[in-house]
Design a protein. Structure first.
Length: 92
């Protein structure tokens, strides 16, 4: 059973365009709980729906963060979408 907060997180993340990223903190803010960025990470870590592009959510310090299929796969998916990454950090 998913909570209203989980549903909001999934809706927000589903709208992140290909080749763009958003921080866990920003997702939490848009979902109405600005301090719940760790909860966002936990929610996304348990997600199995391929329609929710969890790989597009990053840490606030620019590092790519975790991914339930492995950080290497997250990095590979982001690079395929045109995101520039050096030393496991997003380059803007």
């Amino acid at each position: 059973m998913t909570s209203l907060f989980q549903e909001k997180v999934f809706k927000i993340v589903a709208k992140i365009p290909k080749g763009e990223t958003m921080t866990y903190k920003r997702v939490a803010l848009f979902a109405g709980k600005p301090r719940a960025y760790r909860a966002v990470g936990n929610i996304l870590n348990k997600n199995a729906d391929p329609k929710i592009p969890c790989h597009r959510v990053m840490r606030s310090d620019g590092k790519i963060g975790g991914y339930n299929r492995g950080a290497e796969i997250k990095e590979s998916l982001l690079k395929k979408e045109g995101v520039v990454i050096r030393n496991r950090k997003i380059v803007h």
